[in-house]
Design a protein around this ligand. Structure first.
Ligand SMILES: [Zn+2]
Length: 256
């Protein structure tokens, strides 16, 4: 059984290529999803939403500041809901599929290789029926739809707050925040981590592994939730808490 805690700054053996791949995977997914989001945002106009919201709430600050923000968020959410986000959804689904395959590749190496072997990882070329390296299109779409939905809600809340708090340019301030895509980066992170974790489990399942341990990054930034998951290890393959424990979670599941 490996040490339950990784040292991200001092990765040894097989963990070195595993984490190098994972970081590259997250960076690529971020870039691809944000590019798709900006393409999907093109031509978005919040002016009608701002007008409708102003009709009810006007310019003046009121004591009901929170209500004013909520109404702005609802106005933005309605505008966002009217668009199809086709590219963003496809980019998220693709990121999920790539992450699943990368997770499988890492998991497969972890169960089949010597732990001290730090050579690069080989991609699988055979399809497996049990513990497949690939995430089905349906599951990838479902993952993309779920994270996109929560990202749209969070984006509307963020942009609505900017709109309500803006002194001069509610429309411009809200549109700028949407274009920054902060919530889409979190959505991409969650889609990648969840699929990566599922891919690792699929590889362990395919290899007949019996148990896994939750491994934290082993530094001062590890949160209580993740530390608790590590402390409660090992788990059966189907009983392990699912990755990620939260957005930007750096944990992974290792064979016990
Ligand atoms: Zn974590």
């Amino acid at each position: 059984m490996p040490d339950a805690t990784l040292q991200l700054r001092n990765l040894k053996g097989i963990w070195r290529p595993v984490y190098a791949r994972r970081l590259a995977l997250h960076a690529t997914a971020d870039a691809v999803v944000i590019a798709a989001w900006r393409a999907d945002l093109h031509g978005l106009n919040l002016a009608p939403a701002v007008d409708a919201w102003r009709l009810v709430f006007g310019e003046a600050l009121t004591p009901a500041e929170r209500h004013r923000r909520q109404a702005a968020a609802q106005a933005v959410a309605a505008t966002l809901a009217a668009r199809n986000w086709r590219r963003t959804r496809a980019a998220l689904a693709l990121a999920a599929q790539r992450a699943h395959r990368a997770g499988w590749t890492a998991g497969h190496a972890l169960v089949t290789r010597d732990e001290a072997d730090d050579s690069d990882l080989d991609e699988p070329d055979n399809p497996y029926t049990i513990g497949s390296p690939d995430l089905s299109d349906d599951r990838a779409d479902a993952t993309a739809a779920a994270v996109l939905s929560s990202a749209l809600t969070a984006s509307a809340t963020r942009a609505g707050r900017a709109m309500a708090d803006s002194a001069e340019d509610p429309e411009g301030d809200a549109e700028e925040l949407l274009a920054a895509g902060l919530d889409l980066e979190l959505a991409a992170d969650v889609a990648v981590s969840a699929s990566y974790g599922a891919g690792m489990l699929a590889a362990y399942l395919g290899a007949g592994a019996q148990a896994v341990v939750w491994m934290t990054a082993g530094d001062a930034r590890v949160c209580n939730l993740c530390q608790g998951n590590e402390d409660d290890s090992p788990y059966s393959l189907l009983g392990a808490p699912s990755l990620p424990a939260h957005a930007r979670c750096r944990c992974c599941l290792a064979p016990a």
